[in-house]
Unconditional design. Structure first.
Length: 426
């Protein structure tokens, strides 16, 4: 009778323990699914912030669609929260945050004509997005503390209880041998699953956190770099305007010409930063757009009236800022000299700009005009003007050789050494 009572006691105890363990495992699985949902929700908030920046910078209209997707994600991922739970409270908090972000987004777009107000609204928008992220992170911490933590402790308690049961059952091995083996096998699998779930949850959270921090860092750096190039371009435009204002007090033609040359050089540098800011890839700027804008600005600056033919052949798609800046200044100097000296007494002329090669394998530039040319070649070999010195100095910055070609007009050929050759010489 005692053996039967003890066996029944062990059986009831074991069944209750298995039931509690299964319940704990189900709750752990539910918490892991909620953590996955919060991770997807955080990614949706990040995409919403990026959409705001794209609409503000590029005048796109993607905000409404992304906001609808984010709200749908909130509704889907937070649908399982019961009243009073962290998930249920998070749903209300995010609804308020998204409504505030929507209002601030349209306020930012509406105040674009007033930069100060637009920047203020954009800064408040960033705070609201960060607040939404903080709410999600608080919910994640609450799930870890009140969900996974408590369930893990409960599961550990069950494991200790199971060990006690196993120890007692070993005393009655002859009677309960089958029951002991079954419980040991079952609890061994439960322990492995609990550890696997705990490790998986921790690794998932760590991976999501690292990924989120990496993505935010990349986005912030890209936005910051674009903003820096935008401000540098604005500052150079201000310098350009100040120089033009100063020319109002200048009456000497030679001095006026020097001021205009300075304005064109500053404009060439500002144009690089403008193209950088507008480019999606900050390390690769569209050379064709830059060259066309540069030549157009020079034609406008020198008020060219003759019939001008542009022989422009750009076979290089993109270049970096460090290469394009000296290259643009060099072309600016050559074309400026052409407009000032090459076409005197003529009704038509040709400007030549040919660029080929690659930044890593070496560039080949042919730039100049078919004008009257230079009567004394020694002026090129021993320059006595700032423009000529700048051309040779900029060629040196590009690790290139610069030669004046014989024949009609003034045509320069620049050959930049490949990166391997540059390192070998260095």
């Amino acid at each position: 009778m005692t053996a039967i009572i003890l066996a029944a006691t062990f059986i009831v105890w074991d069944m209750a323990l298995m039931s509690r363990t299964s319940g704990i495992q189900l709750r752990l699985n539910g918490h892991v699914r909620q953590l996955d949902g919060l991770s997807r929700l955080s990614s949706s908030i990040d995409k919403l912030a990026l959409t705001h920046q794209e609409d503000f910078r590029s005048n796109d209209r993607k905000w409404a669609g992304q906001l609808a997707k984010t709200r749908a994600t909130v509704k889907t991922e937070l649908a399982s929260g019961s009243p009073g739970s962290a998930i249920f409270e998070l749903r209300g908090l995010l609804a308020k945050d998204l409504a505030a972000c929507d209002s601030l987004h349209w306020e930012t777009l509406g105040d674009r004509s007033v930069p100060e107000q637009a920047e203020m609204a954009d800064a408040v928008f960033g705070l609201m997005v960060q607040r939404a992220r903080n709410h999600i992170e608080n919910a994640v911490r609450t799930l870890h503390r009140e969900g996974l933590g408590k369930e893990t402790i409960a599961l550990s308690g069950s494991w200790g209880e199971a060990q006690l049961l196993l120890g007692l059952a070993s005393l009655f091995a002859l009677v309960c041998a089958a029951l002991v083996g079954y419980v040991a096998k079952l609890l061994g699998r439960s322990h492995e699953r609990s550890e696997l779930l705990a490790r998986t949850g921790a690794e998932l959270e760590r991976t999501n956190r690292d990924l989120r921090e990496t993505m935010l860092s990349k986005e912030e750096k890209e936005v910051m770099l674009k903003e820096i190039h935008h401000r540098v371009k604005n500052n150079l435009q201000i310098v350009r305007s100040l120089i033009r204002f100063q020319t109002d007090k200048v009456s000497d033609p030679r001095t006026m010409e020097l001021f205009n040359e300075c304005v064109n050089r500053v404009g060439a540098m500002a144009l690089v930063h403008e193209q950088t800011y507008m480019s999606k890839d900050l390390a690769n700027i569209d050379v064709g757009n830059y060259m066309n804008s540069l030549v157009r600005d020079l034609i406008s600056a020198y008020n060219i009236r003759l019939k001008l033919k542009l022989d422009v052949d750009i076979q290089v798609r993109t270049l970096g800022v460090d290469t394009l800046t000296p290259l643009g200044l060099l072309i600016n100097e050559v074309i400026s000299n052409s407009f000032k000296h090459a076409f005197k007494g003529r009704d038509e002329g040709t400007i030549i700009v040919h660029l080929s090669g690659t930044e890593g394998g070496g560039l080949f530039l042919r730039v100049g005009d078919d004008g009257v040319g230079i009567p004394d070649r020694s002026r090129w070999e021993k320059p006595n003007s700032l423009g000529m010195e700048l051309i040779q100095t900029l060629a040196g910055q590009l690790n290139a050789t610069m030669d004046l070609q014989p024949g009609p007009g003034m045509v320069y050929e620049l050959r930049a050494m490949p990166e391997v050759e540059v390192r070998r010489r260095a």
